[in-house]
Design a protein around this ligand. Sequence first.
Ligand SMILES: Cc1cc2nc3c(=O)[nH]c(=O)nc-3n(C[C@H](O)[C@H](O)[C@H](O)COP(=O)(O)O)c2cc1C
Length: 190
Amino acid sequence: MPRRVGRNVDDKVYICKKRKDMNFLELCEKRFSVRKYTSESVSDEDLDYVMNCVRMAQSAVNFQPWKFLIARSEEAKAKLRECYNREWFSTAPMYVVCMRNVTENWVRANDGKQHGDIDVAIATEHLCLAAAERGLGTCWVGNFDAEMMKQMFPEEGYETVAVIPIGHIADDCPQAPKKRKPLSEIVKEV
Ligand SMILES: Cc1cc2nc3c(=O)[nH]c(=O)nc-3n(C[C@H](O)[C@H](O)[C@H](O)COP(=O)(O)O)c2cc1C
């Protein structure tokens, strides 16, 4: 029997009990690419919370051109580990495959720019930050075998943008210090 996933926040099932005194900048600093997980499962409650944060993401014209596959079965996990064959990736107890609707995303009329990737990226970052708030680790994976992914997870009208492992962070998980460009280099007053 597969476990249930997907209660909406409207169902009022959440008690926000894990929130720490952490402002948004602290949360952004806390999140890092986790490349070693324990074998402990992610609870249904944590997963529901994270996926509701995903659901609340903004998108162009509110099209919500996305679909998220929850991969917890041994079969699905084995397939993903073929699509992205890295030792650290295999340590995760579960994954979310973040997909974009290739036909229904908003296209800017004046230059034809598709916005589906942007929409999915926003929702996926909600996922990563919500997981970090809950003390869970994630790592954005974009370097999977795209062709293999299409074959292994055929979802009509959708393509995979990112695969996100989620799990509890191993005590000896490598964590590099944040290296970011200074504001003076990336911000310009015009
Ligand atoms: C679009 C995108 C694709 C990424 N793809 C991969 C990937 O395939 N494998 C990986 O190990 N990390 C991947 N990363 C993680 C980045 O390497 C990481 O976010 C960056 O080095 C900053 O480190 P931090 O997340 O710890 O702050 C990706 C990140 C983004 C945003």
